[in-house]
Design a protein around this ligand. Sequence first.
Ligand code: C2E
Ligand code: MG
Ligand code: MG
Length: 710
Amino acid sequence: MTSSASPGQLKEAQTIGIVGSWEMDFVARTLTFSDTLLELHGMPDDGRVTDYQMVRARVHPLDRPAISQSLRRVLGGELVTTARYRICDEAGQPVRWMYARFKAFQDSGGAVIRIVGTVADITEHVQAEEELRQAHAELSQAHSYQQAVITASPDAIHIFDVGSQTVFRANRLAPELIGYTHAMISVMGGADLDRLLPAEDLLRYNAALQEARHAPDGEVVQLRHRVLNPDGSVQWMSRRLTPFQRSENREVTQVLIVSRDVSDVVEVEERLEHAALHDELTGLPNRRLVRNRLEHALQRVERRGHVAVLFCDLDGFKRINDSHGHPVGDSVLVVTARRLSAATRAGDTVARMGGDEFVVMVEVPEAEDPGTLAQVVAERIEAAMSDPILVDNDEHTVTVSIGICVAEENSTAESLLNDADTAMYFAKSKGSNGHAVFAPELRRDTIGRDHIERQIRRAMSADAVQAHFQPIVNPLDDSLYGVEALVRITDSEGTLLDTGKVVSVAEQTGLITALDEAVFRRSARQVAAWRARPEYAQLMLTVNCSARNIAQSGFYDRVHAVLAESGLDPRALTIEVTETVLLDVADAALNDLRRLRRDGVGLAIDDFGTGYASLRYLATLPITCLKIDRSFTSGLPEDETCMTLVRTTIGLAEDLGIRCVVEGVETTEQLIALPRYDGLLIQGYLYGRPQPAESMAVLSIRNPRLLTAS
Ligand code: C2E
Ligand code: MG
Ligand code: MG
C-alpha cells in the first residue's frame, strides 16, 4: 500500500475532485467529518459519529498502517502527507479506492494545532492503472515468447531493413547455418550478395525481395538459391520472405527472412531424379526421360519436323531369356544398349523403354532430310546388331525390328512414341529384322479413339459422366482419410471404357476441361453429403486436374463455383496434378493454384517420380501432398530401385512436412515394406478398389482393408 503519492497521482486526485473532508482541531478539541465522507464510509450522518475509530473501521485492515503513518508524519512536523486506502462494505469487502491528503496547521512555535484531511475517490483511476499493468505484463510475455521462438528456431531468421539495405537483426543460428560470420550475414542482402550468390540466383533473390516488399501482410514469398561458400562448395538455401514492418504510409520497411539449409534435400532430389529418369540395368535414359526430351525438342518450334523417333524391339530376346536365364538376358540387353549408343550421334538419345524395347530419338540438323536420316540410323542399328553377342563364351544372335516416326506439325511426345511403336509392330509383322516408317493407316486404334470420343460426348450431354471413389487410408489405424474421384464412362452398350484411354482422348480433343468439371461437380456434391454424416465429417476429396484445365483462364473461379454450389468446404478438397503438367502451365495458372491453396485447397503431385526436373516446383508451389506412382509400388519389396525411390520420396515428404500417398498398394508385403511416417497414406486395391458412390462399400465398412474381399 502506498502511503505517499507521486505528483501524477496528486494531480489525478485533484482532477477527480475532493469528495469528503474531516478536521481535527487540537485547540478546540473537536473532530468533525463531512457528511459525504461519512456516507462514503457507510456511516449514518446523524451527528453521532465523532469517533475516529468508527470511521477507521471501514478502512481495509491492510491499508490502516498507511493512514496511521501519514497521520504520524504530519503530527511529527511534515506539512502535507498522503495515503491510499480501500473502503470496505459491512461484510469487509473492499468496494472503493480512496486517496487521502493530510495537511497540518502549526502555530508560530511549530506545534500542530489543526489537521485537515481531504479524501478523493480514485477507484476508476486505480482500475485503469491495473489494466495498464496487466496489458504491460501480457505484452512483455508475448515479446519474450517471440524472442524464445526465434532463438529456438532451427532456421536462420533475420530481418532485412529495406532503407539501409542491411540485416537489422539475426538469430544465433543465422551465421552458423549459412556458414558465414555474423559480419558477413549482416551484408546478406547488401552489396556483397553478388559475391555470395551466382548471378542467376542473385536475380531471383532480388526479385523475391521485391515481391515480398509489395506483398500483403501474411503472404510468404519462397525461393531456393545457391550460396557459394568461402571454401568453394555450393550450398542450397531455402528462403521464406514476408513483410515485417511498415511505415506510416504502409510501405514495407523491413522484411523477415527465414532461411534453411536444404543442401541435403537437393542432393536427395538429384539422386531421386537420376534414379527416376534412368534405367538401372543399362544406365540409359528411361521412358520418362526420353518422353521429356521429346517434349522439349518439340517445344523448340523451329525444330518441328526435325525430330524422329526409332522404336526398336529385339527379335528373339524372350527365347534367350527363357533358355539361358535372366543374367544372360541382362548381359544381352547391356551389350545392345552399348551398340545402339555407338550407332547414334552424340546429340541423339538412346533410351530403354523396358523389357527388350529401346527408343532412339534423333534430332535432325536443319540441312538434312529427317526421313532419310532416320532410315540411315535404322540401317546402322541393324548392322550393329547383326554381329552375334558373346556372353560367357556363348554366342547369341538377336536382330531388331524398328518403327520410325518423324514429327509433324501437331505431334506430341506421346503420339510420336505411339506411332513409332505402331510402325515397329508393322515391321515385325512383315518378318523380323527390318524397319518400317509410320503411316496413319497403320494406326490400329484410330477407330477406337473415335468411338471413345463419341462416347465421352454422349455421356456428357446425357449427364452420365460418373465418378468412382477409391479410399485413401491412414495405415497406422486403418482409418479412412478420404477418397479420390476417378472418372468412369460406360458406352451405349453399358461396357465400362478404359479410364486411361478416356482421359487421353479427352486430352487430345479438348474435352478434358468439361470432363474434369463434370467429375468434380458430381464428387463434390457426393462428398459434401457424406461429410454431413458425423462419422465422415472429416472425409477428404481428391480430384484429378488436367494441365489444359488448369491453364484455361478462370480456373480459380471455376473451382470456387463448384465448391459454392456443392457446399463443400475448400479445406476438404485436394487437387491432383501430375508432375509433367506443372511444367507446362503458365505463371497465371500457377498463381491460381497458389490462390486456391490460400483458400485451404490442398495440392497434390500425382504420379510423383515419373516427371522430369519438376522437383523444383516443390520449392515454389505450396504442395501439400506427394503421390507415389503405382509403377514404383509394384516393384516392392524386391526391386531395390523402387524401394529406394519410395523410401526417399517418403523421406522427402517428411522433410517438407507434407503428406505422402503411396498408390497401388495391393499386398500386405508392400504395405509392410513402407517406412513409418505419420503423414503416410495408402491408396490401393489392398484397401479398396474404386467404387461407385451408390455401392457405398467405400464407406460402409469400418476397416476398409476388408474391402479387398470385393
Ligand atoms: P491416378 O490419378 O494416378 O489414379 C490412380 C489409378 O490407379 C486409378 O486408375 C486407380 O484405379 C488405379 N489404382 C489404384 N489402386 C490400384 C492398385 O492397387 N492396383 C492397380 N493395378 N491399380 C490401382 P484409373 O481409374 O484407371 O485412372 C487412371 C488415371 O486417369 C488416373 O491416375 C488419372 O491420372 C486419370 N484420371 C482419372 N479420372 C480423371 C479425371 O476425372 N480427370 C483427369 N484429368 N484425369 C483422370
Ligand atoms: Mg490421381
Ligand atoms: Mg497417380
